[in-house]
Design a protein around this ligand. Sequence first.
Ligand code: ZN
Length: 241
Amino acid sequence: MKSLACTLFLTVAHVLAQEKTEAQDLCEQWNALYEKMQYGSVDRKTSGPLLRSLAKEIRDKIAVPQDSVFYFPIENHGLPDVGGTNGSGFISRQYNFLHGNRHRGHPAHDIFIHDADQDNLDDNTKQPAYVVAMTDGIVIGMKTNWTSGDTLRGGNYLMVYNPNLQRYYYYAHNHTILVKLGDVVRAGTRIATVGRTGRNASEKRSPTHLHLMVLQITDEKGKPYNYYDELVKSKKVNSPS
Ligand SMILES: [Zn+2]
């Protein structure tokens, strides 16, 4: 009897482990393909449909809570830290998600931290500035080993898929990444620290900032979505004291 219970437990555990692995495996596949796309080493006619079908599979395998609250993406920061005037930093010019690293315009918002000495720390607190997830989602892409000399613009980026809104959230130039592929992240929780990674973002002339692009993937090409109104109504997150 004891051994039957034990066998049953192991079987259930095995199935659970397998399910987890399968979902994570899909995220790893998405990540590998996206990284190739970023470096231009894959034909985008192939990668585009494949990324979309992988995202569909991921959506079927991983449940994400449906929540419509938006959080401001950096702790202790708010609207005055967003680049441009009233969201004018967003310039969507012929952007095509599938062009990877070689894109034009600036279909995103930059959110700046006070880091005059460019040491990746907030000058006021001498602590990292934490990037928090703007919405719930699944971690499907990341780079954690960017080094200077690497031509990738996004540096240590993080890609979070929100299957309910059908959007990709691309957080770029991070210093460190605090989540793993396949993780379900809740809105307002820490996912990275703000940094200076990426070809241009690492240059002295670039003030330390988070580059956050949102892609609406109901559009075939992954159309950049101007989420400024959502930043305006977003909930501010304060660091725990
Ligand atoms: Zn930017």
